[in-house]
Design a protein around this ligand. Sequence first.
Ligand SMILES: C[S@@+](CC[C@H](N)C(=O)[O-])C[C@H]1O[C@@H](n2cnc3c(N)ncnc32)[C@H](O)[C@@H]1O
Length: 429
Amino acid sequence: MRLAGRVSAAIDVLTEIFERHRPASEALKDWGKAHRFAGSTDRHAIGTLVYDALRRRNSLGFRMGSDAPRALALAGLRDVWGLSTDAIGSMAEEQHGPGKLTVEERTALSRALPADLPVHVAGDVPEWLVASYEKAFGPRAAAEGAALAQRAPVDLRVNLLKAERGQVLSALERFGAIEGPWSPLAVRIAAPGPETRNANVEAEPAHGLGWFEVQDAGSQVAALLSGVEPGMKVADICAGAGGKTLALAAMMKNEGTLVAHDLDRFRLRPIFERLTRAGVTNCEVISAQDKGKLEAAGPFDTVVIDAPCSGSGSWRRKPDAKWRLTPKQFAQRIKDQAQVLEKGFQLAKPGGIILYITCSVLPEENTEQVAAFLSHHKEMRLVPYKQVWARMIGGVAPDSADGAADTLVLTPARHDTDGFFMAVMKKGG
Ligand SMILES: C[S@@+](CC[C@H](N)C(=O)[O-])C[C@H]1O[C@@H](n2cnc3c(N)ncnc32)[C@H](O)[C@@H]1O
């Protein structure tokens, strides 16, 4: 396929996503199934344009005066792919292309945008969340939003139960793998562009051997700040597919007890295969159907709560979720977090640690949630994250993106990771 055909396909996929409220990944998969003639390079380029347009829906829509699929795709070619208006115009008129540009489209594609764009446009943030962004980041709200609207690299966590970082770097040399930021276990592969294919690292023998897992460097830091050590009794009570669980098991060197639990047994399902591949031998998986079993396994030295959240810190990777989130869902997540924090409190032993994590940058889910929890539990206190960082990671800990002294917000703009929040809390003692 030539670019013209790929752009038309991207417009069709965006239409499907908007009109039928489909997740982008599913809409793209279905398009591929229905157009078997398209090769993997075509599918990759179409997917790249779809995701680029979704990440920057507000700013691209502002440029065009419309956020219709065609407008977003054309503006994406201009603002993200760097094509000139003339190049877009010629492409559009080719066979299978999206059709001749109108005079209005040409004007919109050629104009310079004003410097003082509102935050929801400059930062590609849903308008109803601007107040939250400003609460977190003050005058840097737009810059933080804009960084969350860029393509993201692929980060891997080296599994020390099976390999060293040097081995993984060598195994993935042809993908241009380099050391990732902050975590001593992080390996990074640069974000792919339209012409550079995604590194399908999970198809590599080194992945099959359990040498690494795909995990953002920020998520790796979150696991490290749990402070867990070999021999401890640890519960990961929102384990999902086990991203943090695997990291915790490696930190424990398979010594001690690790319990992985999740309310949703379907989310938990992939954990079994992942634990086996990673060589984890000290983990017991307890689903919500095993009534009373989690409580009976406690109390725990450390309870890790990787809480359900808006996912705002992952919007580089799941940009459609950014526009799908509703105030009602957001309010529900906040209630869920309060509930799971209570559960964690019950499970932690006196003197134990609770690590509260979200993959969000929004204060309602982060500092405000923790403040509410601490106000109900006078025996809980925050352990400044820099103390734990010094012990577990070493070197100078970065400042939190929201300026907080004791809790840490990592962001793409400030730390070159996905957005994450972590609060380490101690129960009495
Ligand atoms: C952010 S995801 C976990 C991601 C996972 N820890 C990882 O690293 O891949 C949050 C999880 O919390 C689970 N969850 C929500 N409410 C819960 C509750 N009250 N108790 C336990 N798990 C809960 C959800 O099913 C979801 O799998």
